[in-house]
Design a protein around this ligand. Structure first.
Ligand code: PTJ
Length: 244
């Protein structure tokens, strides 16, 4: 049976194919395929759609990005394979730098990811000179002095681990996109968007444009009213009850 064009199942199969191609090219790490499977499971439980909590989370993230002085979008293998174009569109809307930051960091993967963004005419940071995030042991410690090192707001996607905690210790605000509301990244971020990155990023770009029109005062008010913990709890209850 042919799956209709905009059906969530079809989108999910297309995303899987993008990941597989990314893996074959060397952009996506082997563990990235497993990470994607975890995401698929949560997405399925949330009804493969943007839930009301995520709409509020996106609004707050947009406010934070509009108020930021030096925002940076951190990308890895999975996000490059899934949505490089959408990342570039968001970076332009803000505007923000894009920096590659890998758990399985190799020169080859850094170059391949740089090349993927180069297709959109964008020069990304993070491939050469590095500073180190104090205390962080994994390869994610390597950050660009012109990028994450100097950033006040960092958008991280599709990762779990302790980086968010260490970035916050450096005084940065962190926005995370993570379908698992219980992950360490989700719980430690200032704003967590519990949605598929492929839906969250276009929504974020749209909200950034809208928030810019509404102005900085509205952005600040939006953030003042925002409660990440409460929305994470609601998203988790939604998963548990199966009301996605
Ligand atoms: O490219 P590298 O070298 O940096 O490697 C990437 C790894 C595999 C290390 C990274 O993706 C990772 O840390 O994976 P984890 O620990 O499995 O965390 C991924 C988180 O993202 C999990 O909580 C997933 O539920 C979630 N996730 C997976 N796919 C999506 C997602 N969240 C949003 N949208 C998705 N499409």
């Amino acid at each position: 049976m042919k799956i209709p064009k905009n059906h969530p199942r079809r989108k999910s199969l297309e995303e899987r194919a993008r990941l597989e191609r990314g893996f074959e090219k060397g952009v996506v790490a082997k563990a990235g395929l497993i990470a994607h499977g975890r995401g698929e499971a949560f997405d399925y439980l949330l009804g493969e759609c943007t839930v009301p909590e995520a709409k509020k989370q996106v609004e707050a993230a947009a406010a934070m990005l509009v108020l930021a002085k030096r925002p940076v979008i951190s990308v890895n293998g999975n996000t490059t394979a899934l949505c490089a174009k959408e990342i570039v569109e968001l970076a332009k809307a803000i505007p923000a730098e894009i920096e590659v930051n890998l758990f399985y960091r190799t020169k080859k993967r850094l170059r391949l990811i740089e090349k993927e963004f180069g297709k959109f005419g964008v020069k990304i940071l993070g491939t050469r000179r590095t500073q180190k995030v104090p205390g962080l042991r994994s390869m994610r410690q390597h950050v660009d002095p012109r990028g994450i090192w100097a950033a006040d707001v960092v958008l991280v996607m599709l990762e779990d681990g302790d980086r968010t905690e260490f970035l916050r210790r450096m005084g940065k605000k962190v926005i995370a996109v993570d379908l698992n509301p219980l992950s360490r990244t989700a719980r430690k971020a200032d704003v967590t968007i519990v949605d598929n990155v492929t839906r969250a990023l276009p929504a974020l770009a749209k909200n950034v444009k809208r928030m810019k029109v509404l102005g900085l005062r509205v952005a600040q008010e939006t953030l003042n009213k925002y409660n990440n913990e409460d929305l994470l709890h609601k998203a988790w209850m939604r998963i548990r009850k199966g009301t996605g």
